[in-house]
Ligand binder design. Structure first.
Ligand code: ZN
Length: 399
């Protein structure tokens, strides 16, 4: 049916809470923990949830495809073709979850107090379930889209984001994207980027009874840490991003030495830097070097290196006047009954890798994500489906 001849209110009434919750529970029951740097195990079934998600899209009649990012870890795509007159809008979500150590019954979805509990419930299988409902309503009502609706189930968001990086390399690149990470439905058009790297000091080992014969890599690392004193103050003194504020620096992990009776010849520090748009890996590394380099002349035997990035995620800064921001903010207020706050998203996401104007908007709260008692409010999941449906239909009118 052409866009002019359907009743939006009638379509919104078709959002079916029962089928969304059933889909969500089935997805929670498929453990899709990110294997991180470990070998895959029985809880790490990204392949199985990808198969499941693709089969649900096949069942509805979407044109589906898949591409292995690495063996057994695919990205999944489902497309509802438009007539070519409008923009391609992607609804994107990741298929993996964080780990479950200490979580009792993480894959046993429980409904209680109008919530669905279980690992991945809010981060972010609820968003994935709502996407399917949008496609179902569009297809079953024979709505003629101007631009393609593209649903993407993405691998490995919780670690190196190799899934969305693969999309960045090989497409499909949409005109606009909505990433369904948990924002309690608020529309977030910006977030900081993240850069993690190792700083290493190299010394010379010897017996600790004669430490003067060695070079202590741990002592030298303490000087590196001291060299970063005031760095956050310096970052705060720079002009702030209107939404994201300032960049941040945090040393997170330190390793070095084997036994107390040896002078350690090696120490490494993992550092985390939250970046603003306009900052790059190169610019941050040169800031690090500016602070550490003076030690090479002032500290005898000082020797360091900075390793390649272990996590490297760009910042997101979609202009407020972008149609995807305007239309999703309108859809939020039409659904929720007040204006969205347009606050930044706290974490980093796949969105910058999709190479198009994008927003983060999804059911559930970041406060529940990654906890041992993860849940999502059922009403938020159905409202998410309504917000996505309104936005996708409104975007059809964008030329
Ligand atoms: Zn997530």
């Amino acid at each position: 049916m052409p866009p002019s001849s359907y009743s939006l209110q009638a379509l919104l009434k078709q959002v079916d809470q029962g089928s969304i919750v059933e889909l969500l529970r089935e997805m929670i029951a498929i453990p899709s923990v990110n294997p991180f740097d470990e070998p895959a195990n029985e809880d790490c079934r990204e392949l199985e949830i990808a198969d499941y998600y693709q089969s649900r899209m096949d069942h509805l009649g979407l044109l589906t495809s898949r591409r292995d990012v690495v063996s057994g870890r695919p990205n999944i795509f489902g497309r509802v073709k438009g007539n070519g007159a409008g923009p391609c809008v992607m609804l994107a979500g990741h298929l993996d979850t964080v780990g479950v150590t200490g979580y009792s019954n993480p894959f046993d979805p429980v409904i209680r107090n109008k919530r669905v509990y279980g690992r991945g419930s809010c981060d972010m299988k609820a968003g994935l379930a709502a996407f399917i409902e949008v496609a179902r309503i569009i297809i079953q009502n024979d709505i003629e889209l101007a631009g393609d609706l593209l649903i993407a189930g993405i691998a490995d968001e919780e670690h190196h984001m190799i899934g969305s990086k693969e999309i960045r390399e090989n497409g499909p690149i949409p005109d606009f994207a909505i990433v369904g990470e948990p924002t309690e439905l608020e529309v977030c058009h910006a977030h900081k980027g993240q850069l993690c790297m190792h700083i290493r000091t190299h010394g010379r080992a010897c017996h600790s009874s004669m430490p003067e014969l060695g070079i202590n890599a741990i002592t030298h690392m303490s000087k590196v840490i001291a060299a970063f004193e005031g760095y956050n103050d310096e970052l705060r003194s720079r002009p702030a991003h209107p939404v994201c504020g300032h960049g941040r620096f945090s040393p997170g992990v330190i390793r070095g030495g084997d036994i107390a009776s040896s002078v350690p010849d090696y120490c490494e520090l993992e550092v985390d830097r939250r970046m603003l748009v306009g900052e790059s890996t190169e610019s941050v590394v040169s800031e690090y070097r500016k602070r550490i380099d003076p030690l090479t002349s002032s500290v005898p035997g000082f020797n360091y290196e900075i390793g390649p990035a272990t996590i490297e995620i760009s910042a997101l800064d979609t202009p407020l006047e972008s149609p995807v921001v305007e239309q999703s903010a309108q859809a939020f207020s039409d659904t929720v009954g007040r204006a969205t706050e347009l606050a930044p998203f706290a974490g980093a996401t796949d969105a910058p890798n999709l190479l198009c104007p994008a927003v983060i908007c999804g059911p559930g709260s970041i406060r529940q994500a990654h906890t041992l008692d993860e849940f999502v409010e059922i009403d938020q999941v159905t409202d998410a489906a309504k917000i996505y449906l309104r936005t996708v239909l409104a975007m059809q009118l964008i030329v």
